[in-house]
Design a protein around this ligand. Structure first.
Ligand code: KG4
Ligand code: ZN
Length: 333
Protein backbone atom coordinates (compact mmCIF):
# COMPACT_ATOMS: atom_id res chain seq x y z
CA UNK A 1 0.00 0.00 0.00
CA UNK A 2 1.46 3.39 -0.89
CA UNK A 3 1.98 6.00 1.78
CA UNK A 4 -0.79 8.59 1.96
CA UNK A 5 0.27 11.81 0.35
CA UNK A 6 0.09 14.89 2.52
CA UNK A 7 -0.24 18.17 0.67
CA UNK A 8 0.36 21.40 2.52
CA UNK A 9 -0.39 24.87 1.23
CA UNK A 10 2.30 27.28 2.49
CA UNK A 11 1.77 31.04 2.74
CA UNK A 12 4.58 33.52 3.45
CA UNK A 13 4.02 37.28 3.74
CA UNK A 14 6.28 38.31 6.63
CA UNK A 15 8.29 40.94 4.73
CA UNK A 16 8.29 42.02 1.09
CA UNK A 17 7.67 38.75 -0.78
CA UNK A 18 4.22 37.25 -1.27
CA UNK A 19 5.01 33.53 -1.45
CA UNK A 20 2.57 30.65 -1.88
CA UNK A 21 3.45 27.01 -2.52
CA UNK A 22 2.00 23.51 -2.55
CA UNK A 23 4.34 20.88 -1.15
CA UNK A 24 3.86 17.11 -1.00
CA UNK A 25 5.09 15.12 2.01
CA UNK A 26 7.21 18.03 3.22
CA UNK A 27 9.74 17.63 0.41
CA UNK A 28 8.30 17.76 -3.09
CA UNK A 29 7.43 21.19 -4.40
CA UNK A 30 4.34 20.95 -6.63
CA UNK A 31 4.31 24.69 -7.21
CA UNK A 32 5.93 27.75 -5.66
CA UNK A 33 4.97 31.26 -6.71
CA UNK A 34 6.61 34.42 -5.39
CA UNK A 35 5.55 37.95 -6.08
CA UNK A 36 8.48 40.22 -5.25
CA UNK A 37 7.99 43.83 -4.17
CA UNK A 38 11.58 44.89 -4.87
CA UNK A 39 10.49 47.42 -7.49
CA UNK A 40 8.06 49.07 -5.08
CA UNK A 41 10.58 49.43 -2.24
CA UNK A 42 13.80 50.05 -4.17
CA UNK A 43 13.07 53.75 -4.69
CA UNK A 44 12.95 54.14 -0.88
CA UNK A 45 16.17 52.14 -0.28
CA UNK A 46 14.41 49.64 2.01
CA UNK A 47 11.08 48.01 2.83
CA UNK A 48 8.25 50.46 3.62
CA UNK A 49 5.88 48.50 5.90
CA UNK A 50 2.64 50.20 4.79
CA UNK A 51 3.43 49.65 1.11
CA UNK A 52 4.39 46.04 1.83
CA UNK A 53 1.10 45.12 3.49
CA UNK A 54 -0.93 46.90 0.81
CA UNK A 55 0.94 45.04 -1.90
CA UNK A 56 0.45 41.66 -0.16
CA UNK A 57 -3.27 42.39 -0.05
CA UNK A 58 -3.35 43.23 -3.76
CA UNK A 59 -1.33 40.17 -4.76
CA UNK A 60 -2.20 37.32 -2.48
CA UNK A 61 -5.32 36.14 -4.28
CA UNK A 62 -3.44 36.09 -7.61
CA UNK A 63 -0.46 34.26 -6.10
CA UNK A 64 -2.66 31.60 -4.43
CA UNK A 65 -4.59 31.08 -7.70
CA UNK A 66 -1.37 30.79 -9.71
CA UNK A 67 0.16 28.27 -7.27
CA UNK A 68 -2.99 26.13 -7.47
CA UNK A 69 -3.07 26.36 -11.27
CA UNK A 70 0.57 25.23 -11.62
CA UNK A 71 0.06 22.30 -9.23
CA UNK A 72 -3.17 21.25 -10.93
CA UNK A 73 -4.82 21.04 -7.51
CA UNK A 74 -7.73 22.73 -5.80
CA UNK A 75 -7.90 23.98 -2.23
CA UNK A 76 -10.07 21.02 -1.30
CA UNK A 77 -7.17 18.67 -2.27
CA UNK A 78 -4.85 20.08 0.40
CA UNK A 79 -4.43 18.58 3.88
CA UNK A 80 -3.44 21.71 5.80
CA UNK A 81 -2.75 25.42 5.50
CA UNK A 82 0.61 26.60 6.87
CA UNK A 83 1.23 30.31 7.34
CA UNK A 84 4.01 32.46 8.80
CA UNK A 85 2.84 34.20 12.00
CA UNK A 86 6.19 35.83 12.91
CA UNK A 87 8.76 37.24 13.14
CA UNK A 88 8.35 40.05 10.62
CA UNK A 89 6.23 43.08 9.82
CA UNK A 90 2.91 42.94 11.63
CA UNK A 91 0.78 44.41 8.82
CA UNK A 92 2.30 42.05 6.27
CA UNK A 93 2.03 38.93 8.42
CA UNK A 94 -1.65 39.67 9.12
CA UNK A 95 -2.54 39.50 5.43
CA UNK A 96 -1.15 35.96 5.17
CA UNK A 97 -2.79 34.87 8.41
CA UNK A 98 -6.24 36.13 7.46
CA UNK A 99 -6.10 34.47 4.04
CA UNK A 100 -4.87 31.21 5.61
CA UNK A 101 -7.67 31.29 8.18
CA UNK A 102 -10.30 31.89 5.51
CA UNK A 103 -9.05 28.97 3.39
CA UNK A 104 -8.72 26.65 6.39
CA UNK A 105 -12.20 27.56 7.65
CA UNK A 106 -14.03 27.27 4.34
CA UNK A 107 -12.33 23.99 3.35
CA UNK A 108 -12.21 22.56 6.89
CA UNK A 109 -8.44 22.06 6.90
CA UNK A 110 -6.07 22.34 9.86
CA UNK A 111 -4.43 25.75 10.28
CA UNK A 112 -0.67 25.54 10.97
CA UNK A 113 1.04 28.68 12.32
CA UNK A 114 4.73 28.64 11.39
CA UNK A 115 7.74 30.51 12.75
CA UNK A 116 9.45 32.10 9.73
CA UNK A 117 12.88 31.01 11.04
CA UNK A 118 11.71 27.41 11.18
CA UNK A 119 10.83 27.81 7.51
CA UNK A 120 14.38 28.93 6.69
CA UNK A 121 15.83 25.99 8.65
CA UNK A 122 13.64 23.45 6.86
CA UNK A 123 14.00 24.88 3.36
CA UNK A 124 16.98 22.50 3.05
CA UNK A 125 14.61 19.54 3.31
CA UNK A 126 12.97 20.46 0.02
CA UNK A 127 15.81 19.23 -2.18
CA UNK A 128 18.60 16.71 -2.46
CA UNK A 129 20.30 15.02 0.45
CA UNK A 130 18.70 15.81 3.79
CA UNK A 131 20.56 16.41 7.03
CA UNK A 132 20.00 14.03 9.95
CA UNK A 133 19.26 15.43 13.38
CA UNK A 134 20.93 16.88 15.34
CA UNK A 135 22.42 19.66 13.25
CA UNK A 136 23.52 23.23 13.63
CA UNK A 137 21.59 25.84 11.62
CA UNK A 138 22.94 29.25 10.66
CA UNK A 139 20.07 31.51 9.62
CA UNK A 140 21.20 34.76 8.04
CA UNK A 141 18.70 37.11 6.46
CA UNK A 142 17.68 40.75 6.36
CA UNK A 143 16.24 40.52 9.87
CA UNK A 144 18.11 37.61 11.45
CA UNK A 145 21.50 36.21 12.29
CA UNK A 146 21.02 33.14 14.40
CA UNK A 147 23.03 30.03 15.22
CA UNK A 148 20.59 27.36 16.30
CA UNK A 149 21.18 23.87 17.61
CA UNK A 150 18.38 21.77 16.09
CA UNK A 151 17.96 18.62 18.17
CA UNK A 152 14.89 17.50 16.27
CA UNK A 153 11.87 19.14 14.68
CA UNK A 154 10.53 21.67 17.21
CA UNK A 155 13.47 21.38 19.64
CA UNK A 156 15.78 24.33 19.25
CA UNK A 157 18.48 26.03 21.32
CA UNK A 158 19.77 29.42 20.19
CA UNK A 159 23.55 29.39 20.69
CA UNK A 160 24.39 32.76 19.15
CA UNK A 161 22.67 35.76 17.60
CA UNK A 162 23.48 39.25 16.46
CA UNK A 163 23.69 41.97 19.08
CA UNK A 164 23.00 44.71 16.55
CA UNK A 165 22.58 44.53 12.76
CA UNK A 166 21.55 41.34 10.98
CA UNK A 167 23.98 40.24 8.26
CA UNK A 168 21.58 41.01 5.40
CA UNK A 169 20.88 44.40 6.97
CA UNK A 170 24.64 45.12 7.02
CA UNK A 171 24.87 44.15 3.33
CA UNK A 172 21.92 46.45 2.58
CA UNK A 173 23.46 49.35 4.54
CA UNK A 174 26.86 49.01 2.87
CA UNK A 175 25.11 48.96 -0.52
CA UNK A 176 23.22 52.12 0.41
CA UNK A 177 26.46 53.80 1.47
CA UNK A 178 27.96 53.00 -1.92
CA UNK A 179 24.74 53.97 -3.78
CA UNK A 180 24.32 50.47 -5.18
CA UNK A 181 20.55 50.19 -4.70
CA UNK A 182 18.23 47.82 -2.83
CA UNK A 183 18.39 44.96 -1.89
CA UNK A 184 22.10 45.36 -1.28
CA UNK A 185 23.26 41.78 -0.84
CA UNK A 186 23.34 40.73 -4.50
CA UNK A 187 24.85 44.10 -5.55
CA UNK A 188 27.65 43.91 -2.98
CA UNK A 189 28.34 40.31 -3.96
CA UNK A 190 28.56 41.26 -7.64
CA UNK A 191 30.95 44.15 -7.02
CA UNK A 192 33.10 42.10 -4.66
CA UNK A 193 33.44 39.30 -7.18
CA UNK A 194 36.78 39.51 -8.91
CA UNK A 195 37.86 42.57 -6.91
CA UNK A 196 41.12 42.72 -5.04
CA UNK A 197 40.85 42.38 -1.26
CA UNK A 198 42.07 45.95 -0.86
CA UNK A 199 40.76 46.50 2.66
CA UNK A 200 41.03 44.17 5.61
CA UNK A 201 38.39 44.78 8.27
CA UNK A 202 38.71 43.24 11.73
CA UNK A 203 36.38 40.48 12.90
CA UNK A 204 34.28 41.40 15.93
CA UNK A 205 35.18 39.16 18.85
CA UNK A 206 32.86 39.03 21.88
CA UNK A 207 34.79 39.88 25.03
CA UNK A 208 32.55 37.59 27.08
CA UNK A 209 33.47 34.62 24.89
CA UNK A 210 29.86 34.15 23.71
CA UNK A 211 28.99 33.00 20.20
CA UNK A 212 27.01 36.17 19.47
CA UNK A 213 27.71 38.26 16.40
CA UNK A 214 28.07 42.01 15.88
CA UNK A 215 28.11 43.74 12.52
CA UNK A 216 27.55 47.42 13.33
CA UNK A 217 31.28 48.01 13.97
CA UNK A 218 32.10 46.53 10.58
CA UNK A 219 29.51 48.74 8.93
CA UNK A 220 31.04 51.82 10.63
CA UNK A 221 34.54 50.71 9.58
CA UNK A 222 33.36 50.54 5.96
CA UNK A 223 31.79 54.01 6.33
CA UNK A 224 35.00 55.48 7.76
CA UNK A 225 37.09 53.83 5.10
CA UNK A 226 34.94 55.46 2.43
CA UNK A 227 35.10 58.87 4.17
CA UNK A 228 38.88 58.72 4.51
CA UNK A 229 39.63 57.58 0.98
CA UNK A 230 38.49 60.00 -1.67
CA UNK A 231 39.29 57.68 -4.56
CA UNK A 232 37.86 54.58 -3.02
CA UNK A 233 37.42 51.46 -5.13
CA UNK A 234 33.90 50.22 -4.35
CA UNK A 235 34.71 46.67 -5.50
CA UNK A 236 37.67 46.36 -3.14
CA UNK A 237 35.60 47.82 -0.31
CA UNK A 238 32.78 45.33 -0.95
CA UNK A 239 35.30 42.47 -1.12
CA UNK A 240 36.83 43.54 2.21
CA UNK A 241 33.41 43.83 3.85
CA UNK A 242 32.21 40.48 2.51
CA UNK A 243 35.45 38.80 3.55
CA UNK A 244 35.02 40.04 7.15
CA UNK A 245 31.39 38.84 7.19
CA UNK A 246 32.43 35.40 5.94
CA UNK A 247 35.21 35.13 8.54
CA UNK A 248 32.74 35.96 11.35
CA UNK A 249 30.08 33.52 10.12
CA UNK A 250 32.52 30.68 9.45
CA UNK A 251 34.62 30.99 12.58
CA UNK A 252 31.64 31.18 14.95
CA UNK A 253 29.71 28.41 13.23
CA UNK A 254 32.65 26.01 13.18
CA UNK A 255 33.58 26.83 16.77
CA UNK A 256 30.03 26.02 17.89
CA UNK A 257 30.04 22.80 15.82
CA UNK A 258 33.28 21.76 17.51
CA UNK A 259 32.04 22.65 21.00
CA UNK A 260 28.80 20.67 20.59
CA UNK A 261 30.45 17.89 18.52
CA UNK A 262 28.05 18.46 15.62
CA UNK A 263 29.11 17.27 12.18
CA UNK A 264 26.28 18.79 10.12
CA UNK A 265 25.63 22.47 9.43
CA UNK A 266 22.52 23.73 7.65
CA UNK A 267 22.58 27.23 6.13
CA UNK A 268 19.46 29.24 5.38
CA UNK A 269 18.11 32.75 4.79
CA UNK A 270 18.53 35.32 2.04
CA UNK A 271 22.25 35.91 2.65
CA UNK A 272 22.95 32.25 1.80
CA UNK A 273 22.06 33.14 -1.81
CA UNK A 274 25.60 34.57 -1.83
CA UNK A 275 27.77 32.19 -3.88
CA UNK A 276 31.03 33.27 -2.25
CA UNK A 277 29.59 32.52 1.21
CA UNK A 278 28.28 29.13 0.03
CA UNK A 279 31.65 28.30 -1.53
CA UNK A 280 33.67 29.25 1.55
CA UNK A 281 31.45 27.15 3.82
CA UNK A 282 31.81 24.13 1.55
CA UNK A 283 35.60 24.58 1.43
CA UNK A 284 36.10 24.94 5.20
CA UNK A 285 33.51 22.22 5.87
CA UNK A 286 35.55 19.77 3.76
CA UNK A 287 38.74 20.74 5.56
CA UNK A 288 37.16 20.20 8.97
CA UNK A 289 35.02 17.15 8.23
CA UNK A 290 31.69 19.00 8.58
CA UNK A 291 28.87 18.35 6.12
CA UNK A 292 27.36 21.59 4.80
CA UNK A 293 23.76 21.75 3.57
CA UNK A 294 22.02 24.68 1.91
CA UNK A 295 18.97 25.19 -0.29
CA UNK A 296 19.16 26.20 -3.94
CA UNK A 297 19.46 29.95 -4.40
CA UNK A 298 15.75 30.43 -5.12
CA UNK A 299 14.82 28.80 -1.80
CA UNK A 300 17.23 30.90 0.31
CA UNK A 301 15.12 34.03 0.13
CA UNK A 302 11.56 34.08 1.47
CA UNK A 303 9.13 31.65 -0.16
CA UNK A 304 5.96 29.70 0.60
CA UNK A 305 7.55 26.26 0.06
CA UNK A 306 9.73 26.50 3.17
CA UNK A 307 6.64 27.37 5.22
CA UNK A 308 4.80 24.36 3.79
CA UNK A 309 7.85 22.14 4.56
CA UNK A 310 7.84 23.24 8.20
CA UNK A 311 4.04 22.93 8.23
CA UNK A 312 4.28 19.28 7.22
CA UNK A 313 6.06 18.41 10.50
CA UNK A 314 3.46 20.33 12.48
CA UNK A 315 0.72 18.52 10.61
CA UNK A 316 2.26 15.11 11.42
CA UNK A 317 2.45 16.06 15.11
CA UNK A 318 -1.12 17.42 14.95
CA UNK A 319 0.12 20.75 16.31
CA UNK A 320 -2.75 22.72 14.85
CA UNK A 321 -3.35 26.41 15.49
CA UNK A 322 -6.74 27.78 16.38
CA UNK A 323 -8.48 30.78 14.91
CA UNK A 324 -7.04 33.12 17.51
CA UNK A 325 -3.69 32.81 15.71
CA UNK A 326 -2.26 36.32 15.56
CA UNK A 327 0.81 38.01 14.09
CA UNK A 328 3.77 37.92 16.46
CA UNK A 329 6.35 40.33 14.97
CA UNK A 330 9.01 39.51 17.60
CA UNK A 331 8.53 35.74 17.62
CA UNK A 332 11.65 33.73 18.53
CA UNK A 333 12.42 30.05 18.11
O1 KG4 B 1 15.46 35.75 3.92
P1 KG4 B 1 15.20 37.05 3.22
O2 KG4 B 1 14.62 36.97 1.82
O3 KG4 B 1 14.24 37.96 4.04
C1 KG4 B 1 14.28 38.07 5.43
O4 KG4 B 1 13.72 37.16 6.10
O5 KG4 B 1 14.92 39.05 5.88
O6 KG4 B 1 16.59 37.84 3.19
C2 KG4 B 1 16.74 39.07 2.57
C3 KG4 B 1 18.16 39.57 2.81
C4 KG4 B 1 18.41 40.99 2.34
O7 KG4 B 1 19.04 41.73 3.37
C5 KG4 B 1 19.35 40.80 1.15
O8 KG4 B 1 20.26 41.88 0.94
C6 KG4 B 1 20.09 39.55 1.53
O9 KG4 B 1 19.11 38.72 2.14
N1 KG4 B 1 20.66 38.89 0.35
C7 KG4 B 1 21.98 38.72 0.16
C8 KG4 B 1 22.11 38.13 -1.13
N2 KG4 B 1 20.85 37.97 -1.65
C9 KG4 B 1 19.97 38.42 -0.72
N3 KG4 B 1 23.03 39.01 0.94
C10 KG4 B 1 24.26 38.72 0.46
N4 KG4 B 1 24.48 38.21 -0.78
C11 KG4 B 1 23.43 37.88 -1.59
N5 KG4 B 1 23.66 37.37 -2.79
ZN1 ZN C 1 13.35 35.27 5.66
Amino acid sequence: MSKREIIILGIETSCDDTGVALVKNGEKILSSVISSQIQIHSEFGGVVPELASRSHLENIYIVVSEALKISGLQLKDTDGVAVTYGPGLVGSILIGIEVAKAIAYVHKKPLLGINHLEGHIFSTLLEGEKPHFPFLALIVSGGHTELVLVKEYGKYAIIGKTRDDAVGEAFDKVAKLLDLGYPGGPKVEKLAKGSELGYKFPEAVMKDGSFDFSFSGLKTAVLNCKKNNAKIDSGALCAGFQDAVIAALLNKTLAVAAKYKIKRVVLGGGVIANKTIRGEFVKRGKEEGIEIFFPSIALCTDNGAMIAAAGYFKFLKKEYSNYSLNADPGLTL
